[in-house]
Design a protein around this ligand. Structure first.
Ligand code: ADP
Ligand code: MG
Length: 390
């Protein structure tokens, strides 16, 4: 895979796929601009080479043209951070867009409107891809967070370019993935949580052959505890996956991968309960309660298990952290990993949100900008958006 430094962009029209899919509130204000900030180094490198840049991204899941999912707020924020005007195109293809791209001068930036306003994007339509490809002489992909999608701008477009490369963010994401999971300093501890085993089962299977320790929390742990015969009351868990869960525990034991499950949990009548949470041993979950967080004994146990780690990979909160009452376990885990001495790599939308809420982001080696693409790597899958650059 070519890197940005291998390309000569001077005086060229550079087409860049970024992932500027940021969260917006009801007033269409950006609530977290991290993905825009992380894209800046690539854009600045291209502009400083004396190129003209056409940037494209999707935002949300529009079905057709939807003013609420316009990239206008992104264009504004990008322009503020860059300190230069960013021209927002009225669409991503068409005569007007072609003219705007052709009229760009060196150092200027054009942002195309939301790629998903056009049905050809998700369908990887070849006609749509060739219209996009005409907007540039060289192609750069920096959209790591979309690299698991075979969409037109991710796969169809790069195939039409001879000169193409990964952007600096794409490169950084892949470098950390390699350091953490392909070629880790051992022991490698993987901390995994979140709501469902089913959504992360393939990741657990793949990690079982890589990790030295697997530390499990969140509602995901409930499924393992239930499979071992514990009464989970009204907890969120997946009874259908009991067989798979037991099979996986067997595999892990044979491979000498140590597994850690909660020894105590915080229970309450409901997700929205206030002031009713209490810690109980996992053997004593009352029938009318839900396990909504790992308990203090488990936090201590997990912290000790992490002590020897040279590499830690974390995906998924330890509890229903959106309710302050059940955020303690995730908070303790966050602190333990933040203070660990080895390499610490994190991915996942909720995990990232929890870390930022706790203001500990600066203490991690690397926080991925991706959820789904990061999970695809944990599953051991190759990413179509990366393959298309090779
Ligand atoms: P990520 O986005 O970091 O990959 P997930 O989306 O897999 O994480 O999981 C996050 C969700 O899991 C959160 O909404 C959280 O409330 C939920 N969750 C975690 N533990 C529990 C639990 N014990 N009971 C119910 N929900 C839980
Ligand atoms: Mg999530």
């Amino acid at each position: 895979m070519q890197q940005l430094s291998d390309l000569n962009c001077k005086g060229k029209r550079v087409l860049i796929r970024a992932d500027l899919n940021v969260p917006l509130n009801e007033k269409l204000e950006i609530t977290d601009d991290n993905r825009i900030k992380e894209f800046l180094p690539t854009l600045q490198a291209v502009l400083s080479q004396g190129a003209r840049a056409t940037v494209m991204s999707h935002l949300g899941e529009p079905s057709g043209i939807d003013p609420a999912l316009s990239l206008r707020p992104v264009a504004k924020r990008l322009s503020e951070l860059l300190g230069t005007d960013v021209i927002l195109a009225p669409d991503c293809v068409g005569a007007e867009v072609t003219k705007l791209a052709a009229d760009l001068k060196d150092g200027q930036v054009l942002l195309l409107e939301n790629l998903r306003f056009q049905p050809g994007e998700k369908r990887n339509d070849s006609e749509f891809a060739s219209q996009l490809a005409k907007l540039g002489d060289v192609f750069i992909s920096d959209a790591f967070a979309t690299a698991h999608r075979s969409h037109a701008s991710m796969v169809g477009v790069p195939k039409l370019f001879k000169e193409k490369a990964a952007g600096l963010l794409m490169q950084k994401e892949m470098d950390y993935y390699t350091k953490a999971l392909e070629n880790p300093r051992k022991p490698l501890c993987v901390v995994i949580g979140g709501s469902k085993v089913s959504s992360k089962l393939n990741a657990l299977v793949n990690l079982s052959s890589k990790a030295d320790k697997l530390i499990i929390g969140g509602a995901m742990a409930n499924t393992f505890l239930a499979a071992q015969g514990l009464q989970m009351g009204r907890s969120l868990y997946e009874p259908d996956l009991a067989g798979k869960a037991l099979e996986l525990l067997g595999t892990l034991a044979r491979r000498d991968c140590k597994v850690y499950l909660p020894v105590d949990v915080v229970v309450a009548p409901a997700l929205s309960s206030k002031g009713l949470g209490r810690a109980v041993p996992v053997q004593e979950i009352p029938a009318d309660t839900m396990a909504l967080d790992i308990g203090p004994a488990t936090s201590l146990l997990y912290k000790e298990a992490l002590h020897s780690a040279e590499t830690i990979v974390w995906n998924g909160p330890m509890g229903a952290y959106e309710n302050e009452e059940f955020a303690r376990g995730t908070h303790d885990m966050c602190e333990a990993i933040a203070n660990a001495h080895g390499l610490t790599v994190v991915g996942g939308g909720d995990t990232d949100a929890a870390i930022h809420h706790m203001q500990l982001a600066h203490k991690f080696s690397f926080i991925s900008t991706a959820g789904g693409a990061f999970l695809a790597l944990l599953e051991g899958n190759s990413l179509p958006g990366i393959k298309a650059l090779e």
